[in-house]
Design a protein around this ligand. Structure first.
Ligand code: GRF
Length: 197
């Protein structure tokens, strides 16, 4: 499996995929990390892991389509088959979606379809839910709405803050993302995504 990872920030999920590969739990190779913020810790992790990384600055493009065009070109250049969004904080366009049909995966820190969008953990916390979690899903045009591949739940504990809750959710993110990638690659997901589009 030739993976391309897209990350905007910390990159702990990127690292968990790299670890799973190293440990022999996921039969894959990370061809490239694409990041869009110079301060993204993901870039430092890539360097430490010996993964090639490419910085693409969305601020330099006229619109989302042009930016996505550059992303597609980079992914092709690195011979990527599956695209993993691991904390990618940009909305995507058909340019990217259509270039990798049913082969783009995202991880989101809520039990979708609840709490889409940014600040999902804060939203869940503010709603007072007692069970929170994370979702790995296929990416479609509508944000955080593609077919669900895998979910994991965690309890919300009495003394939690959004930060402690997010940390508990991230433990599960790191566990399920590599598994979901392996599962996704073993199935024909075309049918699955149809139900949600
Ligand atoms: C994760 O919580 C993920 O669900 C969301 O962004 C966060 C990225 O975390 N999409 P990290 O950069 O992988 O540490």
């Amino acid at each position: 499996l030739k993976l391309g990872i897209m990350a905007s920030g910390n990159g702990s999920n990127f690292e968990s995929v790299a670890q799973a590969i190293k440990n022999g739990e996921l039969d894959a190779k990370i061809q490239v990390l694409i990041y869009n913020n110079t301060s993204a810790k993901a870039a430092v992790r890539a360097e430490n892991l010996g993964v090639p990384s490419v910085f693409l600055d969305h601020r330099k493009y006229k619109n989302r389509e042009e930016f996505d065009g550059e992303i597609v070109q980079t992914l092709r250049q690195y011979d990527v088959e599956w695209v993993i969004m691991a904390g990618w904080m940009r909305l995507v366009t058909p340019i990217l979606i259509d270039a990798f049909p049913d082969k783009i995966i995202n991880i989101h820190p809520s039990l979708l379809p609840s709490f889409k969008g940014v600040n999902a953990v804060e939203q869940a916390f503010a709603a007072g839910v007692k069970i929170a979690g994370c979702t790995v899903h296929l990416v479609c045009l509508e944000m955080d709405s593609g077919a669900i591949l895998m979910q994991a739940a965690v309890p919300v504990l009495p003394n939690d803050t959004p930060e402690t809750l997010h940390a508990r959710i991230q433990v599960e993110e790191h566990r399920i993302l590599p598994i979901a990638i392996a599962l996704a690659s073993q199935h024909n997901l075309h049918q699955l995504n149809k139900y949600t589009q």
